[in-house]
Design a protein around this ligand. Sequence first.
Ligand SMILES: [Zn+2]
Length: 346
Amino acid sequence: MFADLIGNDAAKQVMKRFIAGRRLPNSLIFAGDEGVGKRQFALAAIRAMLCRDTVDSEPCGVCSICKRVGEFAIPSEEDKDAHKLVIWSGHRDVGTVISYKRSILVDAIRSLETEANFRPYEAESRFFIIDDADKMNDAAANALLKTLEEPPETSHLFLITSRPDSLLQTIRSRCQMLRFSPVERSQVEQFLIEQKAYSHDEARLASALSHGSIGRSLSINADEYRRRGERMMAVVNNAIGGRDIATLLKISEEMNDAKNKDGFESEIDLLESLLHDIWRVAKTGDHSAIINTEYSATLTSLAEQSSVKSIPSWIEDIERLRSELNVNVNRKVATDSLFVSMAAGQ
Ligand SMILES: [Zn+2]
């Protein structure tokens, strides 16, 4: 329901006006970063058009229609044939097309074209959501173009994308585009506390790391993040403050442990971000620009040490290490050598 959606109030108002006037465009593009709720907005709009108990263009959210609209029978990732067809929700006039592996199959768009031209089954209109519309290859995009050129009056298409510029210009020009912004940090925080029963501490941390994406905020594991934070703070402390090579090599071993396989890259990212924070404070004296605010005090005091002058070259080393991760580099050796040069103050 619109009332439950976080942020993007302007988009909400536009959608509610369309719905109140029963003037929902036949083809819409919802563009904006991953995880800001574009698909949820599309579902809310569809419910608002179909629900028989709307109040002020808000669907009731509890009737059988509202419930069925969100219940898609998503096939298994391996089932290619199922990805060649429109996937229906519990409501036979609400379907979606999703990508198979990395692209949307042309057959799926042809299936959509056929279905969009059929009369509605139980409602007055039919609704189709194309998820990750930028994943249409040329054949699929051209097939969709045919539908967009002569849109059936009783069908509405929602193209969801985080990369609108990758869509054909001819597709963009035939759709009305609505842009979605990242959700404000305070709104993400409030949502996590009120709707997901997060503690204030957890909500503050997850919202800070969410970059305005509700989806991402929900996927952040606060405990794990803290553990990584402490480990990388130990690296900067030992490199800038203590020059303790033994401790650094021990941390390198932990980072490269098989158990930490998925954590390694985030740790390297975090290390770089901590070094940026220290460098910024050292150069400008401005604490307010610190990104990793939970470590503000320590980062600020480290910025006063003379060895901070090496930070730019460490950051270069980190970036080189990261680019080498794509080729077959020995991660442990590369981390050791990074830490050795950090401890040496080079
Ligand atoms: Zn309803």
